[in-house]
Write a protein that binds this ligand. Structure first.
Ligand code: NAP
Length: 287
């Protein structure tokens, strides 16, 4: 048996097609959505991520601005850059590319973003709204995973879902979204005992640990949907996820590859959140 491959890149293209129409509508109303990105230091991965987001913006007519700050910048200077984006009428979405240098509090920086421009969905206001079941701007990676599951019509209600990883940015919001859809959710972490026993019961398995090779074929329920969020760089420089893709694809019903799975959908959801934020702000601003 071979799993259906969940093609995140193709799904992202169709998302951009729909977003481009909404961007044109906003243009008719005199509004151009804008994304403000802050990059601290020149971590090569961060440069690639920010570059990809800027490219995605320009492809569908979304304005973008990047503030590149040196690695030894003060936290106050980062907060000032955020404040400038918070006040800018050309900017509807703000992202701070993580990780930040260790002398800076990522928490203080993230929480300084205006709630209505928080397109990563990391402010406590927006995370709290997700907890309460009234998401406004929700974290992009789990939102992208939900769109992938829905596109392939994978049922969630009444099903067993297992999330590996409990980070505030990925694992926790992922679990909340699955809970909201009526799945029975188990969240695992690095201390979890008998991980293979837990994953083997999963109809939906979402892996977000950042550990290459963590999930193997023997841990998968036959026919399960397996979504690989992990991004790891192998010794040969190539990117891989957290699952043994070839082995898992023999057992699973659906599997998402890395690259070409969750990554492109994460970027698409960021741009979608920026368009949503612009639509909301333009309605509020209307006379
Ligand atoms: P993180 O903050 O490092 O969290 C990793 C989580 O995985 C932690 O909760 C950790 O447990 C758990 N974990 C680690 N090793 C484990 C193990 N052996 N068994 C079970 N659980 C284990 O990372 P993150 O920000 O959530 O990101 C997770 C991965 O997704 C990374 O590879 C990241 O690069 C990737 N990512 C991809 C995208 C995308 O667009 N595709 C977006 C965001 C992140 P503890 O809490 O006990 O330490």
């Amino acid at each position: 048996v071979s799993a259906v491959v969940i093609d995140g890149a193709a799904l992202a293209r169709s998302v951009y097609g729909k977003l481009a129409e909404r961007v044109r509508k906003l243009a008719d109303a005199g509004v151009r959505p804008g994304l403000g990105a802050i990059q601290v230091g020149d971590n090569p991965a961060s440069t690639i991520y920010v570059g990809g987001k800027v490219k995605a913006c320009s492809a569908i007519g979304v304005h973008s601005e990047v503030r590149k700050l040196p690695a030894d910048v003060t936290e106050a200077a980062i907060l000032a850059a955020i404040e400038a984006f918070n006040r800018s009428p050309a900017i509807h979405g703000i992202l701070v590319q993580l990780p930040l240098p260790s002398h800076v509090s990522a928490e203080r920086v993230t929480q300084a973003i205006a709630v209505e421009k928080d397109v990563d969905g990391f402010t406590w206001h927006n995370l709290g709204a997700l907890v309460a079941g009234h998401p406004a701007l929700a974290p992009c990676t789990p939102t992208g995973v939900m769109a992938m599951l829905d596109h392939y019509a994978i049922p969630l209600e009444g099903r067993r879902a297992v999330v590996i990883g409990r980070s505030t940015e990925v694992g926790k919001p992922m679990a909340l979204m699955l809970i909201a859809r009526g799945a029975t959710v188990t969240v695992c972490n690095s201390r979890t005992r008998n991980l293979p026993e837990i994953t083997a019961a999963a109809d939906i398995l979402v892996v977000a640990a950042g550990k290459a090779g963590l999930v193997t074929a023997g841990m998968i329920k036959p026919g399960a949907a397996v979504i690989d969020i992990g991004i790891n760089r192998r010794a040969d420089g190539k990117i891989c996820g957290d699952i043994d893709y070839a082995g898992v694809a023999e057992v699973a019903g659906f599997v998402s590859p890395v690259p070409g799975g969750v990554g492109p959908m994460t970027v698409a959801m960021l741009i979608a959140n920026t368009v949503v934020a612009a639509e909301r702000m333009s309605r509020t601003a209307a006379p």
